[in-house]
Design a protein around this ligand. Structure first.
Ligand SMILES: NC(=O)c1ccc[n+]([C@@H]2O[C@H](COP(=O)([O-])OP(=O)(O)OC[C@H]3O[C@@H](n4cnc5c(N)ncnc54)[C@H](O)[C@@H]3O)[C@@H](O)[C@H]2O)c1
Length: 390
């Protein structure tokens, strides 16, 4: 399949690209280096420097004899995006129209979106304009093209009822209707993910486009089968307060002997997923596309933990490696429930064939060992949160 990966330089984009390339798909990646620039600007560098996208693709292509095409540019620039739909942006002479799009190209950080006016407006413009451009380009060049967009479980918030996969059946005054599941996002970033979903749902109904929205939880892990023998192919690992996800942050804290920074009571429960399962879910969505006019939603997680439970797992794994790790509750910089009901449904992707890799002690130990090998590169100043919600 011809697959266009938008955001192909990112944490998820690059491992997805090399996986799909190895599986024989014709892969092209696009990125504008927003993430790298933001990391420089905010002093939030990844643990290990990674080669740029052109260098990584060249490395992969030379190593495997396969071809990943690269274009550097902004998907909010519609003229540029249209060139990605014809092949021109990649310098491909014959027509190259994607059959599927994996849309990762958004500003993905909640703290970034809550930092100040400039970053709030950027997040809104980037995430919504980019998604609207994709929809228009699909309609113009190939209305049959399947859009796989990464959403987030954070759009649902923490309602006091079960979270269904995307839709909710409502019975009201004797009549029944199925609505999109109500959204209660907890940051501006999460709000834009709810709104980009609304855009896609709207155009699926208006223009019959095919959409899969994968509401994902925080992803962990960095090494995949394609990168395990070459560190230059490993994806970015951020552990700072802006782009680092909770598990990555705790791993680094454990390795340098900093108490694990649990926000508030630590009862915030979320769904998590291994990066290998994220990629498997993308492939499953790709091979089982949504119908024309269908806005399909999957909850892309494999298990749930509270922040406190996660911290305890890391303490245990670290102990086996001879590290003594403490947990310290710190003032929660976010506005969120610290103890709540949480029962999300996530059977759709398993029904399509997903076999989850769960967060075992062995997996945690492997990640701790990886971070330990690069301990000299860790910056302690990245540990404490800088951004508050209110
Ligand atoms: N990583 C997670 O734990 C997680 C969890 C839930 C949802 N998601 C979603 O998955 C997607 C990818 O997340 P990630 O962790 O890989 O983030 P990332 O920041 O590493 O990757 C996104 C990539 O898109 C690029 N990009 C952003 N705006 C762009 C634009 N206008 N034009 C071209 N490129 C652009 C960035 O430079 C970056 O390389 C995001 O949409 C995010 O909301 C991620």
């Amino acid at each position: 399949m011809r697959v266009l990966i938008l955001g192909g330089d990112g944490y998820l984009g690059w491992p997805t690209a090399i996986y799909l390339s190895r599986k024989g798909h014709d892969v092209a990646v696009v990125d504008n280096y927003f993430r790298r620039l933001a990391c420089h600007q905010l002093d939030a560098e990844p643990l290990i420097p990674v080669p740029n996208l052109n260098q990584r693709a060249r490395l992969w292509n030379e190593k495997t004899g396969l071809t990943i095409q690269v274009a550097i540019g902004d998907i909010c620039d519609y003229v540029f995006l249209c060139k990605c739909f014809t092949g021109e942006a990649f310098g491909i002479k014959e027509e190259w129209i994607p059959e599927a799009i994996v849309h990762y190209a958004e500003q993905p950080s909640a703290p970034y979106s809550m930092m100040d006016h400039e970053k709030a407006i950027f997040t809104i413009q980037n995430n919504l304009l980019g998604t609207a451009n994709i929809i228009h380009a699909v309609n113009k060049f190939n209305p049959d093209c399947h859009i796989i967009k990464l959403g987030t479980m954070g759009v649902y918030g923490t309602p006091n009822i079960d979270i269904e996969e995307g839709y909710l059946d409502v019975e009201y005054k004797g009549r029944k209707h199925t609505f999109l599941y109500p959204k209660t996002p907890g940051s501006l970033y999460h709000l834009t993910k709810a709104q980009d979903g609304d855009l896609l749902y709207f155009y699926a109904r208006m223009w019959n486009i095919r959409v899969s929205d994968l509401n994902q939880g925080p992803v962990y892990g960095l090494v995949t089968d394609e990168s395990k023998h070459d560190e230059k192919l490993i994806t970015i690992f951020n552990y700072d307060d802006i782009f680092g996800t909770v598990l990555n942050r705790f791993l680094v804290q454990a390795v340098i002997g900093h108490p694990l920074t649990v926000y508030g009571k630590g009862g915030q429960t979320r769904g998590y997923i291994d990066i290998r399962d994220t990629i498997a879910c993308i492939e499953l969505a790709l091979l089982n596309p949504a119908q024309a006019g269908e806005y399909r939603v999957f909850n892309q997680i494999t298990e749930t933990f509270s922040v406190k439970e996660l911290a305890n797992k890391i303490v245990e794994a670290a102990r086996d490696l001879g590290l003594t790790v403490k947990i310290k509750a710190i003032k929660n910089p976010r506005k969120e429930a610290e103890k709540h009901y949480y029962n999300p449904k996530y059977s759709g992707l398993k029904d399509l064939g997903l076999t989850p890799h769960l967060l075992t002690q062995d997996k945690l130990k492997t990640m701790l060992e990886f971070v330990s090998r690069h301990q000299s590169l860790i910056h302690k100043r990245y540990i404490m949160p800088r951004v508050t919600w209110g």
